[in-house]
Write a protein that binds this ligand. Sequence first.
Ligand SMILES: NC(=O)c1ccc[n+]([C@@H]2O[C@H](COP(=O)([O-])OP(=O)(O)OC[C@H]3O[C@@H](n4cnc5c(N)ncnc54)[C@H](O)[C@@H]3O)[C@@H](O)[C@H]2O)c1
Length: 270
Amino acid sequence: MYNLLKGKKGIIFGALNEQSIAWKTAQVCFKEGAELVLTNAPIALRMGEINKLSAECNNAPVIPADVVNMDDLKKLFDESMKHFGGGIDFILHSIGMSLNVRKGKSYTEIDYNFNQKTLDISAMSLHRVLRTAWDMDALNESASVLALTYIAAQRVFPDYNEMADAKALLESVARSFGYYYGVRKKVRVNTVSQSPTKTTAGSGVKGFDGFMSYAEKMSPLGNASAEDCANYCALLFSDYAKMVTMQNLFHDGGFSLTGVTTQVIEQMEK
Ligand SMILES: NC(=O)c1ccc[n+]([C@@H]2O[C@H](COP(=O)([O-])OP(=O)(O)OC[C@H]3O[C@@H](n4cnc5c(N)ncnc54)[C@H](O)[C@@H]3O)[C@@H](O)[C@H]2O)c1
């Protein structure tokens, strides 16, 4: 460990269980010297798993917040700032949820009410989080905000369904808010576009296992794990990335720029 985040204070959204990318990121940030507040939707906290993570992170407070409820978000920032005795240096937005995928509706037959909720929870929620921080002036100078995304925002992956549109919107919000927050307070806002990863949200995608092994064969470095992603997030939260903002950063072992690999060609010739 390098003490990359010594003295920094951060809020981690979305640690559901030990597989969660947010869970691994909290562990790395803590080891790198950060103080944390953990948050998730009240229903996700009911299982109580997160208390294990909190105990590992010097009893980090666990504050419930439904990310589409502005009162919850205000309370979260308020309590976090009281706990830290000041402003916040980094935020991880690690939240995704598709109602149409859950209800088994394909892209061509989506229900638009479900779709609105999907876009709100998975994408506009980043705006809600940033807006709350903006209104409360909760972020310190050069703070770093990251949201997790997927390459289906740029290219078609049929079973990713409406989440592709949600991720495109999420990346756009990161760029747009990143502009305003950069000018106002040098705050950085980026998205990390992660390889397919076996988690609760990931496994919700149809044909996920086949898809994961395809991505593995299509990536010169192989798929990036949740642990690798956590390390990258910690780096981006640190001062070493303080001039990086409004970017969509691929963390995918090279998948995004690979046309084909010999492994895939050999498979096709069988
Ligand atoms: N797993 C993958 O293959 C993969 C790949 C690229 C990007 N991502 C993204 O990474 C992020 C984290 O997902 P994960 O794979 O760790 O799965 P996960 O299921 O562990 O995490 C998703 C989290 O979203 C939270 N959430 C859902 N609705 C919420 C709400 N209304 N308010 C607050 N929180 C809410 C859940 O409680 C859960 O903790 C997501 O944005 C996901 O799209 C995942």
